[in-house]
Each structure stands twice: as C-alpha cells, then as structure tokens.
Design a protein around this ligand. Sequence first.
Ligand SMILES: [Zn+2]
Length: 75
Amino acid sequence: MSNRVVQGRMVTPEKLAELVEGESVLEAESIADADRDCPDCGGDVISVGYMPSVTEFVTGYKCQDCDWSDDDRED
Ligand SMILES: [Zn+2]
C-alpha cells in the first residue's frame, strides 16, 4: 500500500502523478516521502516517479496540504 492522503483525499500513485502532471500518465511508481517542505505552506511534500510518455521519466512533487506541486524537468 502506498496510497497517501493529499489535501484530505486518499490518492494512488497514478492519481498523484496525474495531479502533478495535469493529465493522466502511463505508469507511476510508489509514493515516497520527499526530503523537503512545501515552499508555500511548509507542509509535508511527497514524491512519485512516473512516465508521462514512453520516452520520458519524471519525478513529481506534491504538497499534502495545499495545491503546490513541481517536477524535476529542467524547464
Ligand atoms: Zn503546501
């Protein structure tokens, strides 16, 4: 079980990746604790590795308490 509560809702790794990406993803790994605090509210940040397409692997970050999210893309 790697489901986590985000903003009061239980999410699966796929759903978490979708929240970060803004659209559905092909595949997502287990949710992990990110070693950082949310820059907006100071809340706990969790991370998930996912594949938005067959050629790309991204690590996404999402605050458990507010709307803040980020990913490790260079741009
Ligand atoms: Zn936050």
